[in-house]
Design a protein around this ligand. Sequence first.
Ligand code: SF4
Length: 360
Amino acid sequence: MADVRRPFRQNLYDLDLPTLQALLESWGEAPYRARQLWEWLYIHLADRFEQMSNLPRSLREKLAAETAIGAPERIASQLSRSGETRKDLLRLADGETIEVVLMHYDQRHTACISSQAGCPLGCRFCATGQSGFQRDLSAGEIVAQALHVARQLQATGKRLSNVVMMGMGEPLLNYDAALTAIRRLIDPQGFRLGQRHVTLSTAGIVPGIDRLADEGLQITLAVSLHAATDDLRDQLLPINRRYPLDALFAACYRYCARGGRRISFEWALIDGVNDSPQQAQALAARLQGITAHVNLIPLNPTPAYPGQPSSPQAVQAFSAVLERLHVPHTVRTRRGIEIEAGCGQLRRQSPRPGAPLQKD
Ligand code: SF4
């Protein structure tokens, strides 16, 4: 439904299909028109009403006068040296800005999207957290980021294959909008993204994990863990003081028990901070009884945190402990670091002077 807080034309991406049908019927339009509009928005990825060639001109004019296709405005883009990662700074209808990242893998094209402008959780090593919190995004603003990336891919004959809600913000603190956005993206009559190709990442909001477990979705839950003892996690992720590890892992057990899929645990390896064999052992102990996969990635640098990525030797040693203790895990390669497009590097500002820019 319309977000009454902001005095802008109705963002069509904020409407579900029944609401869209009710709106068009209130204008005297036939019921099938809403379905046609829906297909233009989510299958053909139209971002202008003129493209909607099977809608009568009068309806297109009415839509243009009363509603908006909430495609965000691209302010700046940066492309990594390899060309595999692209980051766009987007401006929303009220002028707020967010970043979205497109990552190309062999056969996959993944969008990393944001759920909030900024983030209230203030994880020490995260540029988003360092820059504070502005506001929640609406469901339509979240969906629009995936569509923005899908349009880029469409122009080169490719299709968006994966969406990870791992950008700016904590999705489980903007639960209703985040889940509405996910349901919109997996709608079999709309954007048709496979549920198993969607990942939602949380810093550990226990009530949100419990709610998610009851949604009956097949998406992947990723938990940003980064420490396996409360004293260390309290320092790195302040949310741990509210939901300490015992509570977090109890929620993870419940999530698995209710039929949730394997949980991914994210671990940014920070030199001399959380890369010790003791932390690896504590992690393995915590994961007993949980269907889990651990993703290890050396820390991505951010301006306000002095920590450094672990050395390759330390990464290898940490991985070896997990291997010995039979913890499924993957050492991930850092991507897009030079354009600050890696995990924890997203901000709400223009590229820094000297940063590599995309040439269109
Ligand atoms: S890591 Fe995630 S939860 Fe933590 S401050 Fe950054 S965006 Fe927020």
